[in-house]
Design a protein around this ligand. Sequence first.
Ligand code: GLA
Length: 399
Amino acid sequence: MNLTDDIQLQELKNAFISFYGNSEEKIIFAASPARINIIGEHIDYNGGLVLPASVNLYLRIALRKRRDKKIIYRSVKSEKVFEFELDGNLAFDEEKDYANYLNGMFLFLKERGLKADTGFELLITSDIPQGSGISSSAALELCFGKIISHAFDFEINGVELAKTGRRVENEFLGLKSGIMDQFSIAMGKKNQALLLDTSSLEYEYIPLETEPYRIVIMNSNKPRKLTESKYNERKEECEKALAFLQKEKDINFLCDLSVSDFKKLEQGLASNLGEKFARRVRHCVTEMDRVRRSAEALKNKDLKLLGDYLNQSHLSLKDDYEVTGKELDALFFAAVKEKSCIGARMTGAGFSGCAIAIVHKDGFEDFAERVGKEYTEQTGFTASFFACQASDGVSVISV
Ligand code: GLA
């Protein structure tokens, strides 16, 4: 990507100058993709395998150093301006909205050795729908982490940047999420999916060759805030189940259990902790198995088989893990009825947000129209549809 052929970057530059004026300091730019998760949901905090891909919806930041010690954050989407002092109070503050992601990243990068000797001003623009399950927040963390490191000549690799982003979620914002989103955005590659083992952070790229199908993002357009959702509750349920199962079996994570191990332990788990806990673990264990099989199916370019695993994953997230909700279920059931669709599922944390579907390219228009219509009839919301492509991870853009 470069400035001349990216209209949005050109617009960002113009908006930046109209907000902040001209200066001798150089404006630098960075862009971060969104991510979808093809399969492997809610198991990145259970030592599981996940199969995300970074995709071509972008959050972009323009940043320029200042001569004084002021830090200024603006977004083209909002009138709000956040101002801080370089050595002032950057602690979490509910009122400070998206500035918390930036301040968290800034503080944790400073802990790792980033040295900022001047203030800076920045402007954000994004076409990643916010709070929709395709990682608008990880995109913000990583894009800022990348650009601020570049601005102050701080060397940090993608994996460490991803870990820092996760720390912001876990320790600054209080969301006990896994590393999938940040890792995928930091390490994503064009036309590739990323198979990540969250217990070891070992990973491999798998070509995402879907011809003649497209991966369609279906946005329920019912946003949610994860910090207010049942996300942390699910994590706590898993921790409780793990503590119980560790008395029976030598495991570090729920995803260390095989499906057959689980079947032997299921009864005991249900009678001691309750049937709900057995369902939560069943999801984790079966999802892990589906990710392994899905990775093989993708390697063999067997998209129909991959589509079957996607469907199974959605149903498991609906019935066993209970994170889909009315809107995502409506999208799923409407999508899988369509002839052009060979598989669908919610993606990301769930509780509304986005789903994905594998759809024949010739049927895309029809698919969007029919699924959209049925979805609106059932929920009253208007969905949007976007055929995405796997794209490179976060980067500073040379202009
Ligand atoms: C959110 C979290 C991820 C992951 C997914 C569910 O996106 O940030 O770490 O747990 O939900 O798979």
